[in-house]
Design a protein around this ligand. Structure first.
Ligand code: GSH
Length: 356
């Protein structure tokens, strides 16, 4: 096994920090509007007055959030943002996206430059305790390494001395250090602020491995590798992480709205409500479905939303399973198995809350 001898480029390990700026290499459809950090109930009013929702996004991970060839944002995190826009404003086109790197994302949320952060962000104790409220996971994940197949490495314990391209301010940066310590691997992190630069560095041979969420690696391999078959991906730590959209502390109503907008996609799948049958379901005599779709009023009023908010989400986007398959699953280039992201009744971790 031949490993590259590299040095660390930059290494500011930070959970929260940095300033917000547009990534120069990723198109933005919204300038970060100046928003005052919200107190109770003010985010809903601000979003309504503004007329659109502002979401923090990755910008370069196809399947989660990236503009397509027409410049339209697509992905699981993008549809999560659209679901919230639909709940609040009734229209999926009323969502705008600000690309943020790993270090910028939490500050942008805390300072009110974005309304919500659906950006492959793992739910962690220190983030949670530092001004962020995580809502409900939209993707359960594990971390992984991607290496060139011809290196012949197939598991973490074979990585001794390897150089690892990794993002600043990510959970992955911590895990690389942990793995090195736990298994005495002498891993050499090569740390980047810019996700595009880290991927480019890996493909140009600057690092032996690229380390991040397994889904992001599948995305990078499918969308950026010249020959995807030349690379293998294997689990890094064996730990799982819940990628979870978050809101800032201080606005409980907004917290509930975002949580239930995500939940609505999961509950719809659980109740068998799809984009194709949702109009039919309006006539259902199942009281649970009638309440969910707003045929029987109450849920909308409780959240401060239109009674048809959940109906509108399913009508415009589909349920969680439909969104999953379209963005990262079998109907997408990534072809990721549902795995942990199946409904609980099918052996997964996604379970619906009670909608009454
Ligand atoms: N889930 C991890 C990693 C998140 C992360 O940094 N993801 C990479 C994926 S390679 C990223 O920077 N993505 C930016 C993008 O999606 O464009 C965390 O919350 O720290």
């Amino acid at each position: 096994m031949k490993l590259l001898n590299t040095t660390v480029i930059a290494c500011a390990l930070s959970f929260i920090g940095g300033t917000v700026a547009h990534a120069a290499d990723t198109p933005a459809t919204a300038a970060p509007a100046q928003v005052t950090p919200a107190g109770d109930g003010t985010t809903l009013k601000q979003v309504r007055d503004r007329g659109y929702l502002i979401c923090g996004a990755g910008g370069s991970t196809v399947g989660f959030s990236a503009p397509d060839q027409k410049g339209e944002w697509q992905g699981l995190d993008v549809d999560t943002c659209r679901a919230i826009a639909i709940a609040v404003l009734g229209d999926k086109s009323k969502a705008r996206f600000v690309p943020l790197n790993g270090q910028q994302r939490l500050t942008a949320l805390q300072t009110g430059q974005i309304d919500v952060l659906p950006r492959t962000t793992s739910w962690t104790l220190r983030r949670d305790a530092n001004g962020i409220n995580f809502t409900y996971p939209n993707y359960y994940e594990y971390d992984a390494f991607m290496v060139r197949r011809d290196l012949g490495i197939k598991e973490t314990k074979e990585m001794t001395g390897a150089s690892i391209c990794v993002q600043t301010g990510s959970t992955n940066e911590v895990t690389v250090a942990d793995l090195s310590r736990k298994f005495k691997l002498d891993l050499k992190p090569v740390v980047f602020d810019n996700v595009a630069a880290s991927r480019q560095a890996f493909f140009s041979g600057r690092c032996d491995a690229l380390m991040t969420d397994a889904s992001a690696l599948a995305s990078v391999r499918a969308s950026q590798a010249q020959k995807p078959d030349d690379y293998i991906i294997f689990p890094a730590s064996g730990n799982s992480e819940a990628l979870t959209p978050s809101v800032r502390h201080g606005d409980e109503q907004w917290f509930d709205i975002v949580k239930y907008a995500i939940q609505a996609t999961i509950a719809a799948e659980d109740m068998g409500i799809t984009q194709a049958n949702v109009d039919q379901m309006l006539k259902s005599d199942d009281p649970r479905i009638a309440r969910f779709l707003g045929v029987e009023a109450g849920n909308g009023k409780a959240l401060g939303l239109d009674e048809r908010w959940a109906y509108n989400i399913v009508k415009q986007l589909g349920n969680y399973g439909e969104i999953y398959e379209r963005t990262v699953g079998m109907n997408s280039p990534l072809k990721l198995e549902r795995g942990m992201n199946r409904l609980y009744r099918n052996g997964g971790l996604m379970y619906p809350y009670v909608f009454n």
